[in-house]
Design a protein around this ligand. Structure first.
Ligand SMILES: Nc1ncnc2c1ncn2[C@@H]1O[C@H](COP(=O)(O)OP(=O)(O)O)[C@@H](O)[C@H]1O
Ligand SMILES: [Mg+2]
Length: 240
């Protein structure tokens, strides 16, 4: 359903992705791990073309996104993205942050958008925070609004880029709990994280990246007991 084929990305002379090919199966959860600068965020951003690959193709639901730019916005609606720094609209309440795209993009009526927004904010435990602005929310609450906002669009896939790295340990846990609930409920989840224990608990597959390449895509249990690459073994050794 989501495929990257021979994707490379250069920023000027720097190679950030080197001939990466991977196919994401529907309804599975993938954790992308690896050292800082390995290319994890760039890989994630190539999936919904927030970064345009220098060469290669990105296929979502059989549509080649690079060739068929007209379909890009339709496909982007189907792929939710959650960032490290939340990216909420500062001048809108939690409720309006979630309602916004439902009205503008999905063309729901105000009333229907509100019903949907309340449903998803309740799902992430924020039913008592509907009318708070981002500056009145904790980091963990802000991230949960961002997750509700993405989920409300009913995506086929959710991309998370280090969703907890701006949070303290307690808030990290509350956000991870919400992400865990999303496992295997009809979406593909692709999560860049340095929370190794969380990756181990939640992911079906571990994607290990190093130096602009995917070194392995391995079923989670196997990755933690017998990583295929020497580099992943070293990475895990340094983590414990
Ligand atoms: N917009 C950009 N312009 C130039 N270099 C970039 C840009 N974005 C990322 N890079 C570089 O690409 C490499 C990989 O970055 P990134 O994908 O963010 O890695 P990771 O998420 O694994 O830490 C890094 O060396 C980074 O400095
Ligand atoms: Mg990153």
């Amino acid at each position: 359903m989501i495929k990257l084929i021979h994707v490379s990305k250069k920023f000027k002379e720097t190679v950030v992705l080197k001939n990466v090919s991977i196919e994401f199966e529907p309804e599975k959860t993938y954790a992308i791990i690896g050292s800082s600068g390995a290319g994890k965020s760039t890989l994630l951003r190539c999936i919904n073309l927030l970064e345009i690959p220098t060469t290669g193709s990105v296929i979502v639901d059989d549509i080649d996104l690079i060739k068929d730019k007209a379909k890009l916005s339709t496909v982007r609606e189907k792929i939710g993205m959650v960032f490290q720094n939340f990216n909420l609209f500062a001048h809108m309440t939690a409720l309006h942050n979630v309602m916004f795209a439902l009205i503008k993009v999905k063309k729901l009526s105000n009333e229907e958008a509100q019903i949907q927004a309340i449903k998803y904010l309740t799902e992430v435990g924020l039913q008592n925070r509907l009318n708070n602005y981002p500056h009145q929310l904790s980091g963990g609450e802000k991230q949960r609004v961002a997750i509700a906002r993405a989920l409300a669009m009913k995506p086929i896939a959710m991309l998370f880029d280090e969703p907890t790295s701006a949070l303290d340990p307690e808030m990290t846990q509350e956000v991870l709990k919400v992400i865990k609930k999303l496992n295997h409920i009809g979406m593909t989840n692709i999560i860049v994280t340095h929370e190794i224990k969380f990756a181990q608990e939640v992911a079906d597959y571990i994607i290990f990246m190093d130096n602009a390449e995917i070194l392995e895509v391995t079923p989670t249990q196997l990755f933690f007991s017998q990583p295929k690459s020497q580099r992943a073994a070293e990475f895990l050794f340094n983590m414990i």
